[in-house]
Design a protein around this ligand. Structure first.
Ligand code: MN
Length: 476
């Protein structure tokens, strides 16, 4: 027994000694930590700190490294071998990490590059053929024979008629049902209670959408190949009349939904959140849940004596097949939530997550809980995304900016996880180009829409929204 204990003690002391003279070639936890610290200080792997260097000033360290380098006997290209006491061999240090192209350890970057090979290109080929037919073959000095004389498709990105991502304009609305999804603008800001300008939201988002290709490298989705999309243009709203505009919006969005195309709505202020859902809900006997991402609760009954952009979820949850228990509100908080709205949250017992909930629980957990509530007893879920849910510094072009919201990557993760379960429609609201800088808010709004489509496509959910349409379209 004694000898076993002595053996353990000896091993422990050996391990300590080993750490004290830690070589960068070994993969001890301490070694890896110090390697990272060394990198953070702007040193390369061969110049990283030894354990005993920790806590010493940078000047002392630099002097010590210079001394070590002077003592080095060999130099290979620009590579300076580390002092022998810090590693076993040069090769050991240089090949510390596995090859990122070795499939066993491959980066997502390399895997995505390989996966691209499997995506079809037939829709792209068909679109080039169409462009040449409609746009006249290019002049003889043009070597690339896919280039027409008149721009009729995606390229060049700065040219052409600026529909949403250069999707075909569905001018004859009776043809909208041919598409899996239809982008529709709702240029209405009559429900705004402070800074107006969201009537230009659809224009702003469409303009910046010219930047995008239909392919996403990281997720390996090519929207052009894997779904069909059109731009249905804008709904004719009535600037000075909220209620008439609401009827027009329910009529237009309801019609698109009734044909089987999924409405992707570009607002507009958040007052449209009521008539959009009303339009879709009228096309089905099934229940619809709502995931509402916002810094504001938007659930009081009236504001300034009207149904403004602070009120959609009071009225939406009065629709018989849209129940308050299936309303999930994420990101709510800050200094812009009126107490009148909070009383309605209590009355209607909606599901509310503040930004601190998001911080405490994490995006995945919040989405998991949100989906459970939104889908409970429902056959479809609608996403209402208010751009002001994102940290105000990233989205200056909005009516009621509020610091402390989502970071862009968090927002994209959230919508991706929500959309992966399927949606019957979505809207992006409160993008106000007159207050925007460099189109950054419009770009963020665009990205939310495109990420929703991408997640639906990659999870096989695009097209599933058609299953809930079981009523005849009746105009509002
Ligand atoms: Mn808001």
């Amino acid at each position: 027994m004694k000898s076993v204990l002595r053996g353990l003690a000896k091993r422990k002391s050996l391990a300590q000694n080993n750490n004290d003279s830690s070589s960068w070639g070994t993969t001890t936890l301490l070694g890896r930590t110090l390697l990272r610290r060394g990198r953070r200080r702007g040193l390369d792997a061969t110049e990283s700190l030894s354990p005993k260097d920790e806590g010493r000033s940078f000047t002392t360290l630099a002097a010590s490294m210079a001394h070590n380098n002077n003592n080095a006997t060999t130099k290979v290209g620009g590579y300076r071998p580390p002092p022998a006491k810090y590693c076993q061999t040069q090769q050991h240090v240089r090949w510390h990490h596995p090859d990122p192209r070795d499939l066993k350890h491959a980066t997502k970057g390399w895997k995505a590059a390989l996966a691209e090979k499997a995506i079809p290109e037939s829709a792209h080929a068909a679109s080039i053929e169409r462009e040449l037919k409609l746009g006249l073959r290019g002049s003889s000095s043009i070597n690339d024979k896919t280039i027409p004389t008149f721009s009729r498709g995606e390229l060049p990105h700065f040219a052409g008629i600026n529909t949403f991502m250069k999707a075909p304009y569905c001018e004859d609305i009776s043809e909208v049902g041919k598409y899996d999804a239809a982008v529709v603008g709702v240029p209405f800001d009559g429900g705004t209670t402070y800074r107006p300008g969201t009537r230009f939201g659809p224009q702003g988002i469409r303009r910046i959408s010219a930047l995008y290709t239909p392919y996403n490298y990281e997720t390996g989705v090519d929207l052009r190949e894997q779904m069909s999309l059109c731009d249905a243009g804008d709904i004719f709203t009535i600037p000075a009349n909220i209620e008439k505009s609401f009827d027009q919006i329910s009529n237009g969005v309801g019609y698109i939904a009734s044909t089987g195309a999924m409405p992707i709505i570009l607002g507009g202020d958040h007052s449209i959140g009521f008539p959009t859902v009303r339009g879709i809900a009228a096309q089905t006997t099934k229940n619809i849940g709502i995931i509402h991402v916002d810094r504001h609760a938007d659930i009081q009954e009236y504001d300034l004596d009207e149904r403004m952009h602070t009120t959609p979820y009071f009225h939406a949850t009065n629709i018989p097949n849209v129940k308050p228990e299936n309303l999930v509100q994420i990101g709510i908080g800050g200094w812009q939530v009126p107490r009148a709205a909070v009383k309605e949250i209590r009355n209607k017992r909606t599901n509310v997550f503040t930004m601190s909930d998001v911080e405490d629980l994490g995006i995945e957990k919040v989405v998991e809980m949100a989906l459970e509530k939104a889908w409970d007893g429902c056959d479809a879920v609608y996403l209402s995304y208010d751009i002001d849910s994102i940290e105000a510094g990233f989205v200056p072009g909005t009516g009621w900016p509020e610091p402390g919201g989502f970071l862009p990557r968090e927002a994209l993760k959230l919508v991706g996880l929500v959309a992966a379960e399927g949606l019957c429609g979505m809207e992006i609201v409160e993008v106000s180009p007159p207050y925007d800088v460099s189109d950054i808010t419009s770009l963020m709004g665009l990205r939310i829409c495109v990420d929703v489509m991408g997640a639906m496509v990659s999870h096989g959910k695009m097209g599933k929204h058609r299953d809930i349409i079981d009523k005849e379209f009746v105009p509002f």
